[in-house]
Design a protein. Structure first.
Length: 911
């Protein structure tokens, strides 16, 4: 039945005019009541937030028609309900905003023709606003009528463009959305599965969403799953857990070869963890009051059912490598910096300490953080370190800021990233520097060289033909003697040629030696022997040389019994390539090395990339450590040489007095040793600092990425002593690089072990109580740590607290954070800044670093805003309700777009 438009009449049974009815009416009709309603406005309604869900889709409703009747009018934003037989003292009208509906249904026959509306109006609770479930059921005149209304409401819920002229039918509806739900049954207080039954699944069914629910069985299970699944089958991946599981999922997506597409898969979170920071942020952005537990879950689940999607920044984080003792290094591979992607935060000091140490109080739910905060306050620590950040004001990175030219191969960047972590002389000897020099030399020689080569080749062929003729003639006389005579003659000729060669000019000699080397058939055989005796490695090297333009004649240098010394002398210019070949030959072939080459390809730079997509080492120890307290063990802390670690007893809390450089309870009174440098480069960097830094690892002076005039000028600092053992095995210097599909390049940051750019960066060095980098508004569901943060603002919001702050002030800071009022707190020890990238260099020997609440190896770490991810979440923004909005660009690009910087936008769309 087409709506005749809103009727302007009261009293009943006609609808009275209301502001909502000023809108175009899509449908209008009369319905009977169903069962006994309890809410104002009449109709049939039932309130429920419990498991008992009598009118959920698929559940047969009890046949209890009510005597009352209703006039319903559907507009693009509301359903107006008018009770046609008003009850005294009760409001006869009810407004159901479409925005508050999770879904609607029309139960199949033989059920009566019912229109069932699942309404979640916001209601005030003790702590915050939460939605309460109400089911309203109306009996239509016919099934067709019920189905038409059902289709019309679903169209509105899905954000489809409709008007009063639209013929609503079931067929015009898009297919139901399909969600993959990943549930961590142990998150928070272990209630995730229970809440699935009572809250999540009923609402998802009501929203007509198809789903597949998988319980995770172990840590990294979700990560492995999303690496493997075919993503096009899903409209979104929803985490029913805390933030830790979402961290796994995002990194799993980024580890896929098709990560560029994969990361566009909408993801969402239904909070069942203890911190629930992202859920708190979603709740905040949607305009709801702060709330926890079930109210928060209902809000997020409701938003999920509405299906709005917002882009969200993703931050690329590079952490220090795993310590060599971990099993990932037992296969001979050196420790490599770890790249991961973060959606929430990086924390060091107080915040990460509380997060990890309060694991022991997990049973308390979110209250564990309160208790952990009090415990840590009682024994306040500070940590020495250096924090550098790139303020957002710098829009166009200068060439200085991006030391890596874009066309440099990723493998090389990664190798450089290993500086200070491993010593790799041999491979660096045959690195890109030697190759590029060789290649540039050859370029300079250019065509002249080519011409000479052609001439030599001609002469060689001519001589070859002459020899052949002689041999043929000799064969005609008497095979044995004649051939030997011919050979003698050949040898004489060759000797003559050699003599001429040595007495001629150097370039001439050079040519003749070439001829000698290649023109003599016998020598060719020997040389080939030599090559083949050089094993596959020689052949590989030759292949490589062909590809990279390395001199063909270099293999002869390996044949020491060949009469080619003059050639060697004269071929001085090819020294770099011969070094390269020597380096290749000096690699033991077979054994471990050969085995490694099975799953890895080596490039000419001495780094390697894996053929197989890189798999996160599933180190059982790492797994267990991720959610463990550093009191029991300190998994990733590295020791400065000579610092005695007296905290080996895993069961014993670490005595504060033993902390290296820690001030524990006696915090320094005022800005202890704090230095702020705006520019130039920070006093030292991990690369400069590491005594293990090798000249081989350093970029050559004057080359891109080089900041020091000479490697020898580097000044080791005591601050960053990487106590890493030399990895064993022939391929020890190979870097562990990423998947074949290269993950996005960090354009604002040099490799972790190289100095930061000299311009634009701000560096603060001193004693910190905490450093927190956050990109969402909430640090926990009840901690509004960055009130101004937006999902896609392209910014990292840094808060750092310096040593000297009193316990009382620190406590006040966290209390104020609950309301987001901490920014207005004035304390000389507390700073808040925004950045696009930062680097954190802990100088204290022990501590805890977390990324999205997960422990990462302790040591230098850096991060930059990189990608946006289309997070599946709905907001109260009308334009997004019911739509799947996928933005192609990261927030950075969007901001630039506003600034009309098209060149940079184009440059940035490649990831
Ligand atoms: N089945 C499982 N068994 C053990 N650990 C798991 C399982 N599934 C996931 N995990 C791991 O448990 C850790 C904690 O999970 P999660 O962060 O989701 O909950 P939480 O810590 O309670 O919440 P929050 O991070 O919000 O405080 C994560 O590192 C995750 O990888």
């Amino acid at each position: 039945m087409r709506s005749p438009g809103p009727r302007s009449s009261s009293p009943s049974p006609v609808l009275s005019p209301s502001p909502g009815l000023a809108q175009e009416a899509l449908l209008h009709g009369q319905f009977g009541g169903w069962s006994s309603g309890s809410s104002a406005g009449g109709g049939s309604g039932s309130n429920s937030n419990s498991n008992s869900c009598p009118s959920s889709p698929g559940v047969t409703l009890p046949p209890s028609p009510a005597s009352s009747s209703y006039a319903l009018t559907l507009t693009p934003t509301n359903i107006h309900v008018q009770r046609l037989s008003p009850r005294p003292g009760k409001d006869s009208r009810l407004l159901l905003p479409v925005a508050e509906l999770a879904g609607c249904s029309c139960p199949r026959a033989p059920a009566p023709p019912l229109l069932v509306l699942y309404w979640y109006p916001a209601g005030r609770r003790r702590k915050g606003v939460s939605r309460r479930r109400q089911v309203r059921v109306y009996l239509a005149e016919s099934r067709a009528e019920a189905e038409k209304w059902n289709a019309a409401i679903q169209c509105l819920l899905r954000g489809m463009d409709v008007s009063s002229s639209t013929e609503f039918s079931k067929s015009m509806l898009p297919r139901p959305r399909r969600l993959l739900l990943l549930v961590n049954p142990f998150s928070g207080r272990g209630q995730a599965m229970q809440w699935c039954q009572t809250h999540i699944l009923p609402m998802i069914r009501e929203a007509n969403i198809s789903y597949n629910l998988i319980q995770t069985e172990r840590q990294n299970h979700a990560r492995e799953l999303v690496r493997e699944i075919s993503l096009h089958e899903w409209d979104g991946i929803i985490i029913v857990s805390g933030d830790g599981l979402l961290h796994e999922v995002i990194n799993g997506l980024m580890e896929r070869p098709d990560w560029e597409q994969a990361i566009k898969t909408p993801v969402g979170i239904l909070p069942c963890g203890s911190g629930n920071a992202l859920a708190g942020s979603i709740n905040h952005y949607a305009g709801y009051d702060m709330c926890l537990r079930e109210p928060l879950l209902l809000n997020c689940c409701f938003l999920l059912c509405r299906g709005g999607v917002r882009p969200m920044d993703l931050v690329s984080v590079t952490t220090s490598p795993l310590p060599p003792s971990s099993s990932s290094n037992q296969n001979g591979r050196p420790p490599a910096p770890r790249r991961l992607f973060s959606f929430l935060s990086v924390a060091w000091g107080f915040v990460s300490d509380v997060d990890i140490e309060s694991e022991r109080y997990r049973g308390l739910g979110s209250a564990r953080f309160t208790l952990g905060t009090l415990v840590r306050l009682a024994s306040l620590r500070s940590y020495k370190g250096r924090l550098s950040y790139l303020p957002p004001a710098v829009i166009n990175p200068s060439p200085d800021v991006t030391p890596q030219p874009p066309r440099r191969p990723l493998s090389r960047s990664i190798t450089e990233g290993l500086e200070g972590f491993c010593r790799t002389p041999i491979h660096r000897t045959c690195s890109d520097m030697g190759i590029s020099e060789q290649r540039s030399l050859r370029k300079e020689d250019g065509e002249r060289e080519l011409e000479r080569e052609r001439e030599r080749e001609k002469e060689r062929q001519e001589r070859e033909r002459e020899r052949k003729r002689r041999r043929d003639r000799a064969q005609g006389v008497g095979v044995v003697r004649a051939s030997s005579l011919a050979e003698d003659r050949e040898r004489e000729m060759e000797a003559e040629e050699r003599m001429e060669g040595t007495s001629g000019s150097s370039s001439e000699s050079n040519e003749r030696q070439d001829e000698c080397a290649s023109g003599n058939g016998e020598e060719e055989v020997k040389e080939d022997d030599c090559r083949s005796s050089g094993t596959e490695g020689a052949l590989d090297a030759r292949d490589v040389s062909e590809e990279y333009g390395v001199d063909e004649g270099r293999e002869a240098e390996e044949c020491e019994d060949e009469p080619l010394e003059p050639r060697q002398v004269l071929r001085k210019n090819s020294a770099p390539s011969s070094q390269i070949i020597k380096a290749f030959f000096s690699q033991p072939i077979g054994g471990t090395g050969s085995e490694e080459t099975l799953d890895a390809d080596e490039d000419i730079n001495g780094t390697y990339f894996q053929r197989e997509p890189w798999k996160e080492p599933l180190d059982p120890r790492e797994r267990s450590l991720t959610i463990s307290s550093p009191f029991r063990h300190s998994p990733f802390s590295y020791k400065s040489k000579g610092v005695l670690d007296q905290n080996q007893n895993p069961s014993k809390p670490r005595p504060l007095s033993l902390l290296h450089q820690s001030h524990s309870n006696s915090l320094p009174p005022k800005f202890p040793s704090l230095s702020l440098s705006l520019s130039p480069t920070p006093p030292s960097s991990p690369s400069c600092a590491s005594p293990h830094s090798s000249a081989y690892l350093a970029p050559r002076p004057g080359t891109p990425g080089s900041s020091s005039p000479s490697p020898s000028l580097r000044s080791p600092s005591q601050s960053f002593t990487f106590d890493l053992a030399e990895p064993a095995g022939p391929f020890k210097n190979r870097s562990l690089v990423s998947t074949p599909s290269t993950p996005p390049h960090d354009d604002l940051l040099p490799p972790l072990d190289q100095p930061l750019p000299t311009r634009d960066w701000v560096t603060i060095e001193g004693d910190f109580v905490l450093v927190l980098a956050i990109y969402q508004s909430h640090l926990g569901a009840d901690l509004l740590a960055a009130p101004h943060a937006r999902f896609d603002d392209g910014l990292i919001h840094l808060t750092f607290v310096r040593a000297g702050i009193s316990r009382a002030t620190l406590l006040r800071l966290f209390l104020a954070m609950e309301r987001g009022a901490h920014l207005s707190m004035s304390s000389p020890y507390v700073s808040h800044v925004s950045a696009r990238a930062f680097r954190l260099q802990p100088l204290s020997s022990r501590g805890t670093l977390t990324v999205d609440g997960e422990v990462v190896p302790y040591g230098p770490l850096q991060a930059q805003v990189k990608l946006h991810n289309s997070l599946k979440l709905a907001t109260s923004h009308n334009d997004l309700v019911g739509k799947w909005v996928l933005c192609r660009y990261c927030a950075y690009c969007i901001r630039l777009c506003i600034g009309q910087n098209l060149a940079t936008i184009q440059g940035d769309t490649n990831y």
